[in-house]
Design a protein. Structure first.
Length: 104
């Protein structure tokens, strides 16, 4: 499955699970644009993903991780989560020092 298609499916599924309509995203996106995302016709920017996640009340990483889980079916979603945790720890992105590097 293409990445855009997987993202669109995840976006639609979470939106519907939360009981939201496409119109509920009007502060961050037009209904037409949201529809093109959900159909996998466009690829959102990181900023747009963050805005959409805000409306959905989920972390942007949740949208992205769920997208890659959907794309990699069949598989163990827990394995992907563990891989990301391990990589972040190995790259020291869990430490406060890394988080503060952007502030200086």
């Amino acid at each position: 499955m293409e990445l855009n298609t997987a993202f669109g499916q995840v976006l639609r599924a979470i939106r519907q699970q939360k009981g939201l309509t496409q119109e509920d995203f009007s502060n961050v996106s037009s209904r037409t644009y949201l529809s093109t995302l959900e159909r996998g016709l466009k690829s959102p920017t990181i900023e747009k993903i963050a805005q959409l996640a805000g409306v959905l009340d989920v972390h942007p990483a949740t949208l992205l991780l769920a997208t890659f889980i959907a794309q990699e079916k069949p598989g163990d979603p827990g394995a992907l989560v563990q891989r990301v945790k391990k990589e972040l720890a190995h790259l020291n992105f869990a430490s406060a020092d890394v988080a503060n590097q952007g502030a200086g």
